[in-house]
Design a protein around this ligand. Structure first.
Ligand SMILES: [Ca+2]
Ligand SMILES: [Ca+2]
Ligand SMILES: [Ca+2]
Length: 292
């Protein structure tokens, strides 16, 4: 399903938000671990990128500006059920700049991401996802300062046939949780979201989002187009896949211009390079999976 109110593009927004929130710490988080569930968010490749329990990469080189020089190195280790990513600056010093840890609580079917910006050993940012027995994401919550108050929470509601029906978003103010938005889904006969209405707490329509799929394929990952309209803002993202159904290109058209993300895969269906080309993000990430 499409993760929460976040369609594929919102993941990018989420990523940007996090990046700014943490002052440029680890830069590769994309709705982490949604891939632990079924096909959540896989339409844009974020699944493969973000799911360390699926195809963990052990090293990622980041080249900002795509000028051929590496600017940061992310190293990932998976030990004792914890996935840890460390970001090092490069080539200056090789100092650690941030550490993020992902863990899975089997009893609660919960994934937690904790990020330590200032390297004092205590997390400064926490996110949690829970899943039902079918692997559907049931909730998401975010604590921006790790003060125990989760300022943002989303609860997903599924219909009897297992398809996503609604997402309720809550904000927390002064100890009380307050409904801030509702997403209502329309799904096709395969259970895929085709339309999402984003509503205010009283049910007033704020925006909507349409999804199109290739008709001749039955796999979930064949999302071809997402369109978002929000007041006068309109944007559309087009996806391309190779013969094996793997995402090769996501092209996002907005009023400001065109962003394109290109994915290259290895023979084991793992993403090895991600090229981001556009005014808002210009970067190449290169991944390695078989570190010694
Ligand atoms: Ca560079
Ligand atoms: Ca800290
Ligand atoms: Ca908080």
């Amino acid at each position: 399903m499409v993760s929460a109110m976040q369609g594929t593009d919102d993941m990018r927004h989420l990523q940007d938000d996090k990046r700014s929130a943490r002052g440029g710490a680890i830069r590769v988080i994309l709705a982490p671990l949604v891939g632990l569930a079924i096909a959540c968010g896989s339409a844009d490749g974020a699944n493969q990128e973000a799911d360390p329990f699926g195809a963990p990469y052990c090293q990622e080189l980041l080249d900002d500006e795509r000028d051929g020089s590496v600017d940061a190195i992310i190293s990932a280790t998976f030990e004792d059920g914890l996935l840890t990513r460390r970001e090092f600056d490069h080539p200056v010093g090789g100092n650690i700049e941030a550490v993020e840890t992902s863990s899975y609580d089997q009893d609660r079917n919960q994934v937690e991401l904790a990020v330590d910006y200032d390297l004092d050993g205590r997390a400064d940012f926490i996110e949690r996802w829970t899943y039902d027995d079918q692997g559907n994401e049931t909730s998401y919550r975010r604590d921006a300062e790790n003060d125990g108050n989760f300022e943002h929470r989303e609860e997903h509601v599924y219909a009897n046939d297992g398809t996503i029906a609604r997402t309720d978003s809550y904000g927390s103010r002064g100890g009380g949780a307050e409904l801030t938005g509702i997403a209502v889904y329309t799904v096709d006969e395969l259970g895929r979201p085709t339309h999402i209405d984003l509503q205010d707490p009283t049910g007033g329509l704020l925006a909507f989002r349409d999804f199109s799929y290739l008709a001749d394929r039955l796999i979930h990952e064949n999302l071809t187009s997402v369109r978002l309209r929000e007041n006068r803002l309109e944007e559309e993202t087009f996806y391309e896949h190779d013969a094996r159904g793997r995402l090769t290109s996501a092209e996002r058209h907005t009023a400001d211009g065109l962003d394109q993300t290109l994915y290259q895969w290895d023979d084991l269906d793992r993403v090895i390079t991600i090229d981001s080309l556009g005014p808002s993000l210009h970067r190449q990430a290169t991944r390695t999976y078989d570190c010694l």
